[in-house]
Design a protein. Structure first.
Length: 351
C-alpha cells in the first residue's frame, strides 16, 4: 500500500496537523477586540454631581472662612498698631488703659505661650506614643477598649477643672521637683529663678504639665488610629523573619504611623497654644516681667485677651488685644506649616 493510499484511509482526526477540537492557526494577525460601544455624552448621575458640588463648596467655604477671619483681625488691629507708642513685637510693656496713649508689646506673651506649650508637648508626645503602642500592639483586646475609653474621657473634662486641679493639687505636689531643678540646674537659664516663687506651683512648669494632660487624648487618639492601620502583611513578614515584638514596632508599626503621630502632636500643640481658662487660673498670680524661665508666671495670648475683656469699650483698646490675637493666629499657621514640612520630609513608611 502506497503512502498516498494510507493518507486517504487515515481517520480525519487532524486538521493540518492540529488535534481534533483545536482551532486552526490563523493565517494573518488577529483583529483587535473592539471596545463596547458607548453612548456619546453619557450623563453624570445626579448623586455624583450633587456630592461633587457639595464637597467643592465645603472646601471653598473653609478657605473663605479662614481668609475672612484673618482679614477681620488685620483690619481691626491696624488702627491700634498705628497709635502704639512702643515696638509691638519686642516691647515688654502692656498699657492700654488710656486709648490716647497706648503702649503694648507681645514679647512676654509670646514667651509664656510658647514655653508652656513646648513643655506640654515634650511631656505629652512620648507618653501618648507609648499609650498608643500599648493599646494597639501589646494590650489584650478586653483591656485595650476600656482603657482607650478612659484616655478619651480626659478630653471631656472642662478646662476650668484642669486649672483648679493644677493650682490646688498638682502645684503643691510639684514643689519638691521644682525646687530640686532650680537648686541643681539653676545655672541653666531655663531653670533659673523666675518672676514668681519657685515653690509657689503657679508657673510655666506646672502649667506645662497640666497642658500635657489636656492634649494627651488628642495625640493618643490620632496615633492609635494610624498605628492600628499598619498592614498585617508587614507585621507578619517581620515576625516571619524572627523579629521580636519591639523590633516589629520599631521597623514596621512606628515608621508606618509616624506621619500620623506627628500630625496628632501638632493638633495637640494647637490645642495648647489656644488654652485660656486653665492657664489663667495657674499663671495669673504675677504681673511682673518674666525672666524667661520655666518658673515664670504671667499671661499667654489667650489668657491676656480673656483678662482684658473689661477694656472692650473702645475700638483702639479692642484693637490692641485683637493684635495679640492676630499674632496667635499667625503662630497657628506657622505650626501647621512646620507639621506639613516635617511630614513631607519624613516620608511614610521610611525607617
Amino acid at each position: 500500500m502506497t503512502d498516498s493510499t494510507r493518507a486517504d484511509q487515515r481517520p480525519a482526526d487532524t486538521d493540518n496537523g492540529a488535534p481534533r477540537g483545536a482551532s486552526a492557526p490563523s493565517s494573518g494577525p488577529e483583529a483587535p477586540i473592539s471596545a463596547p460601544e458607548t453612548t456619546a455624552g453619557t450623563k453624570v448621575r445626579i448623586g455624583d454631581r450633587v456630592f461633587s458640588t457639595v464637597a467643592t463648596a465645603s472646601g471653598a467655604f473653609v478657605v473663605a472662612l479662614i481668609a475672612a477671619i484673618g482679614i477681620f483681625l488685620l483690619i481691626r488691629a491696624v488702627p491700634a498698631l498705628q497709635v502704639d507708642q512702643v515696638n509691638f513685637l519686642f516691647s515688654r510693656e502692656w498699657n492700654t488703659s488710656n486709648p490716647n496713649d497706648m503702649s503694648f508689646g507681645i514679647i512676654d506673651l509670646a514667651w509664656i505661650t510658647v514655653a508652656s506649650s513646648v513643655v506640654a508637648l515634650v511631656i505629652a508626645m512620648p507618653i501618648a506614643c507609648g499609650i498608643a503602642l500599648f493599646l494597639t500592639q501589646y494590650a489584650p483586646r478586653a483591656l485595650a477598649r476600656p482603657f482607650a475609653y478612659i484616655v478619651d474621657l480626659l478630653a471631656a473634662v472642662p478646662s476650668v477643672i484642669y486649672g483648679l486641679w493644677g493650682y490646688l493639687v498638682l502645684g503643691p505636689v510639684l514643689k519638691p521637683v521644682a525646687l530640686w531643678l532650680n537648686q541643681n540646674l539653676g545655672w541653666v537659664p531655663i531653670f533659673a529663678d523666675g518672676n514668681a516663687p519657685t515653690d509657689s506651683g503657679a508657673n510655666v512648669f506646672t502649667a506645662g504639665i497640666v497642658l500635657a494632660v489636656m492634649i494627651l487624648p488628642t495625640i493618643t487618639g490620632v496615633s492609635r488610629e494610624v498605628f492600628q492601620r499598619t498592614p498585617n502583611m508587614h507585621i507578619e513578614g517581620a515576625l516571619a523573619l524572627g523579629a521580636t515584638q519591639w523590633e516589629v514596632v520599631r521597623t514596621t508599626v512606628f515608621p508606618f504611623g509616624r506621619n500620623g503621630f506627628i500630625g496628632g502632636s501638632m493638633l495637640g500643640l494647637g490645642r495648647a497654644l489656644g488654652e485660656t481658662v486653665a492657664l489663667t487660673i495657674i499663671l495669673s498670680m504675677s504681673t511682673a516681667p518674666p525672666n524667661y524661665s520655666v518658673f515664670d508666671a504671667g499671661a499667654t495670648f489667650a489668657s491676656k485677651i480673656a483678662l482684658g475683656s473689661g477694656e472692650f469699650n473702645n475700638n483702639l483698646q479692642v484693637g490692641a488685644y485683637i493684635s495679640a490675637g492676630l499674632v496667635l493666629f499667625i503662630i497657628t499657621f506657622a505650626v501647621n506649616a512646620l507639621a506639613r514640612w516635617i511630614e513631607n520630609s519624613s516620608g511614610k513608611g521610611k525607617a
